[in-house]
Design a protein around this ligand. Structure first.
Ligand SMILES: Nc1ncnc2c1ncn2[C@@H]1O[C@H](COP(=O)(O)OP(=O)(O)O)[C@@H](O)[C@H]1O
Ligand SMILES: Cc1ncc(COP(=O)(O)O)c(N)n1
Length: 267
């Protein structure tokens, strides 16, 4: 039997709700073979990020070479990349191994406010990684930072931002609207010509730790299985909605989502 192969290049969340751990759980639930390259360790729980320990360039390079020179990947998802140096390495390696489905979640700040990307690394993200990505999945604060403008507040402003993000080079933009302050949770898929809205009623919960990681990992898993971008984002939206609807009351802060919930929909 063979499974589609998925690789996450991201930070480790010791609390298990975001980062590498969220990605691997999602890859598994969506019936792919998940692999990981750890860029940084975080000492993290539902109350916040208590420490960030980036890995050496040598350690990251060795992990990427080990996985891609032997096993290969049908899709790669990137999450917390932390520094410009790591972004340059990852971009060069993705080019070297001619990875075809690259999902870039431009992680910048954890929900509790801790910085997961150094300020000076934003330019490297923009100029080195976004141009080679298949799909980018910024949330509203990340989109505002990438475009150097104020955060968008309406779906119309999101559409304009998606057009401008597309000019930075990705084949597709998925702009996540989880941070909109009112109305449904709307994400926009833009393919350079048309917009597609992914819309669900906003779920009333504070337990959304790892939603962005999980959503992007689900898109990567579906692309690895050869889904179209439209089908991949629709499945990912169903996956994250089920995970948030059944989110876990674990710890004393912002709890994680439930990666096993989608399975109970009979999928
Ligand atoms: N309260 C909510 N109800 C329903 N969907 C949500 C809610 N919060 C976030 N989402 C969805 O979860 C995914 C991640 O979004 P978002 O929270 O914007 O990203 P991030 O975790 O990167 O900040 C998106 O599909 C978004 O629409
Ligand atoms: C290691 C790591 N990577 C990413 C996030 C962002 O989490 P979210 O998906 O909630 O924005 C995080 N908190 N920790």
């Amino acid at each position: 039997m063979s499974l589609a192969k998925t690789l996450t290049i991201a930070g480790s969340d010791s609390g298990g709700g975001a980062g590498i751990q969220a990605d691997l759980k999602t890859f598994q639930e969506l019936h792919t073979f998940g692999m990981s390259v750890i860029t940084a360790l975080t000492a993290q729980n539902t109350l916040g990020v208590h420490g960030v320990y980036p890995q050496s360039i040598e350690a990251i390079e060795a992990q990427i070479d080990a996985v891609l020179s032997d096993i290969g990947a049908d899709a790669v998802k990137t999450g917390m990349l932390f520094s410009a140096e790591i972004i340059t390495l990852v971009s060069n390696k993705l080019r070297q191994y001619e990875v075809s489905n690259i999902v870039v979640d431009p992680v910048m700040i954890a929900k509790g406010g801790a910085s997961l990307l150094q300020e000076e690394a934003v330019q490297a993200l923009k100029h080195e990684l976004l141009p080679i990505s298949t799909v980018i999945t910024p949330n509203l604060p990340e989109a505002a930072k990438l475009l150097g403008r104020a955060e968008m507040k309406t779906v119309d402003e999101m559409k304009q931002a998606a057009v401008d993000l597309h000019k930075l080079g990705p084949t597709y933009v998925v702009l996540k609207g989880g941070h909109l302050t009112e109305g449904p949770a709307v994400d926009l898929l833009y393919d350079g010509e048309e917009f597609f809205e992914l819309k669900v009623e906003r779920i009333d919960t504070k337990h959304t730790h790892g939603t962005g990681c999980t959503f992007a990992a689900a898109i990567a898993a579906e692309l690895a299985k050869s889904a179209t971008i439209k089908d991949a984002t629709e499945t990912a939206k169903q996956f994250i909605t089920a995970a948030i609807s059944n989110s876990l009351v674990i710890g004393r802060g912002i709890g994680p989502t439930n990666h096993a919930a989608y399975r109970h929909l009979g999928k």
